[in-house]
Design a protein around this ligand. Sequence first.
Ligand SMILES: NC(=O)c1ccc[n+]([C@@H]2O[C@H](COP(=O)([O-])OP(=O)(O)OC[C@H]3O[C@@H](n4cnc5c(N)ncnc54)[C@H](O)[C@@H]3O)[C@@H](O)[C@H]2O)c1
Length: 369
Amino acid sequence: MTGKSLGIAQVGTGAIALANHLPGVQVASHGEMVALCDVNQAALQQAFTATGIEKVYTDYRRMLQDPAVDAVIIATPNIFHKEIALAAIAAGKHVMCEKPLALNYADALEMQQAADKAGVRHMTAFTYRFVPAMRYMRHLIQSGYIGQPYHFRVNRLQDWGDRYMAWRQSMAMAGSGELGDMLSHRVDYGHFLIGPIARLVASTKHLISTRYDGAGNAYPSDVDDWVAVLAEFESGVTGNLESSKLAAGRGEGGKAQDYCEVNGSEGTLIYYLGQPNTLQIGKRGGQLETVAVPEEFLKVPGSPRDPHQGDPVQVFRYDQDFEFIQAIVEGRPCQPSFLDGVLVQGVMDAIQLSDREKRWVDVPKLSAN
Ligand SMILES: NC(=O)c1ccc[n+]([C@@H]2O[C@H](COP(=O)([O-])OP(=O)(O)OC[C@H]3O[C@@H](n4cnc5c(N)ncnc54)[C@H](O)[C@@H]3O)[C@@H](O)[C@H]2O)c1
């Protein structure tokens, strides 16, 4: 790519588009948001108000015919990811798709294979790979700072109570509840920090059958509200993962509990999303200390954003859109790609199977391609 700025279209202009992708694309220098698409007029209007982008569509198929659109960011309810991604790929557009990539492993694999065959760039929005502390943690593990890794441990605890969650509380629309919504990111932490998960045993719990909106209207919910997993990575590292939105008093979002710990033969690393620019580090025989993430890890290389500006719990998210655009411009695979989405989806399917059959399950193995 030379000269011309890459034209990006946002499909699904709801909460995460407004919070992450619309401002994220604005920060990146080689891309420009040129079109917005949503089936809901109120959502479109809100995105127009936030961005001033006048080209709006209610049908993604029409939007994909627009020659100004080089790439799309899909942030719709999960059930629509596959059909929109496949249509975009068929139209020759590069695609970033929100997590979870699809409703199941087979669909995710189909998306990845279609994108590779078409030669378009593809990315799964595993946003938390871009947290400075997470990137630094990976560097320390890979450089041997904590020796041989033994244990990987995460939990994500929030307080959503019984409030209305729209499509998120429908198995048909979301494919799962807490598993796809929150645990999928933490499975990706495991893959990012340690490598592939090989086998697991899991349990989920559906605890809230009725959820209420602000006016007190009741809506049925049929998804898992809690999920816990014991896992073994291919390397032999143990995994212990838990996620719930029913941890009363824990708060919500970036400031609520999102904890990740890795213990190795020589030390321990602890990450909290709420403190994204620090890590807790302990060396064998010593005490945990809070350490600032070095300057070079505060943003991805080349990102034009000033890492000292804005709320640190929010601004790292913009590097995700930078990475999507930069990979297209540089003609290289995005990190994380659809392949990472497929790997996580394989673990998610294994979790659901293990929960149903109450037994250890092997995660599908993907041959390198
Ligand atoms: N990476 C992250 O950190 C993160 C955070 C939140 C949500 N997500 C993911 O982002 C996606 C969207 O979540 P959200 O919280 O923004 O949901 P949301 O409900 O706020 O927004 C979804 C939008 O998609 C629109 N939509 C539905 N069908 C459509 C279609 N066929 N074509 C165009 N637009 C359509 C809806 O009208 C709505 O405006 C989900 O897959 C979710 O898992 C990711």
